[in-house]
Design a protein around this ligand. Structure first.
Ligand code: NAP
Length: 294
């Protein structure tokens, strides 16, 4: 692993993920300065107050030379940020991001990063909460979590080592994957569950007795729909930039729902039991394997 120390780091988007990474790198004692960049001065003031960053800027030109640039904004903002930073990056700067969709940011890097494209290492930490903003950030967010890196084949070895080492310092383990495969897998495991949670909550919210339903709903309903409290803008961007794989996952899910409706309509108790037993077995096994992996 490449040794990192005395790093000049810029983090664009000092929210849950950017703020947590800043805290983790500070805790690891490897930074000389962390510069935060955001649209709103209030966000930067809050991050400075909390000691998450050392300096705040609202313009790329004011950030200065960096060893690592981390883009941690909602995905749709990434191309403009790359475009704004490209003229200010030195030949030593490594660029990475944390976006939940990877094909979109890889294509943006191709178009907007210029020479720095070969030093761009796209990343996605499989860690988070339903809360947003720097106030929700914490240093241990990435501990024992996985970060997926989706670099192009011709990426600079030094840039790849730098980003790999950065995430290991934050406590995560790192795996590599093709960006398209990442987007298909995450559509199924993360993006689809969010769509289902949003749809389920709206299904109740549009009911004429919505108020009573929400009052009567058991803990299981709120557990299941916790992720529907996630930031709507972030999820708008994830949905629109990963629409193809997400639609495929949603169609597969719709077929499962249709099969359940048919089993209910025909009072097919055997099919119902088979469906529920199969799901229980798959979930129990998946969870045991995941915990065994740790
Ligand atoms: P967040 O808490 O809402 O933070 C996003 C930050 O980006 C905000 O502080 C916002 O501050 C800033 N921002 C938004 N647009 C900007 C722009 N155009 N230029 C500069 N700053 C901008 O969101 P998050 O949860 O950290 O998510 C950030 C990224 O991480 C997203 O791409 C998301 O897909 C990815 N991700 C999220 C999770 C999760 O569970 N939350 C997990 C893995 C990956 P201002 O409003 O002041 O600009």
């Amino acid at each position: 692993m490449k040794e990192l120390s005395s790093l000049q780091v810029a983090i664009v988007g000092v929210g849950l993920i950017g703020g947590s990474l800043a805290r983790a790198l500070k805790a690891a004692g490897v930074t000389r300065e962390i510069v935060g960049m955001s649209r709103k001065p209030e966000t930067l003031n809050k991050a400075l107050e909390l000691g998450v960053i050392d300096r705040g800027e609202t313009q790329a030109a004011a950030v200065g030379p960096v060893d690592i640039l981390v883009i941690a904004t909602p995905v749709r903002a990434v191309p403009d940020i790359m475009h704004a930073f490209a003229p200010h990056l030195s030949a030593e700067s490594t660029v990475t991001d944390v976006g939940s969709v990877k094909t979109f940011v890889c294509e943006a890097a191709e178009r907007h990063l210029g020479d720095a494209r070969s030093r761009f290492v796209p990343g996605h930490p499989i860690a988070g909460t339903e809360h947003a903003g720097v106030e929700a950030s914490f240093a241990s967010l990435f501990e024992n979590r996985t970060v997926i890196l989706t670099p192009e084949e011709d990426v600079s070895g030094t840039a790849l080592e730098t980003v790999d080492a950065m995430w290991r310092l934050a406590g995560a383990s790192v795996v590599r994957m093709d960006p398209r495969r990442h987007d298909e897998l995450l559509a199924a495991t993360s993006h689809l569950p969010h769509m289902v949670a949003y749809a389920l909550v709206n299904c109740l919210a549009r009911h004429p007795q919505a108020e009573e339903l929400f009052r009567l709903a058991a803990g299981g309903f709120y557990d299941f729909t916790r992720i529907a409290s996630s930031d709507p803008l972030m999820w708008r961007d994830i949905g629109s930039t990963n629409a193809g794989p997400l639609i495929e996952s949603m169609k597969t899910f719709r077929a499962e729902l249709d099969a359940l409706i048919e089993a209910l309509e025909t009072r097919d108790e055997e099919a119902l039991h088979r469906t529920f037993a199969g799901a229980k077995q798959a979930r129990d096994l998946g969870l045991a394997r995941k915990n065994g992996d740790r």
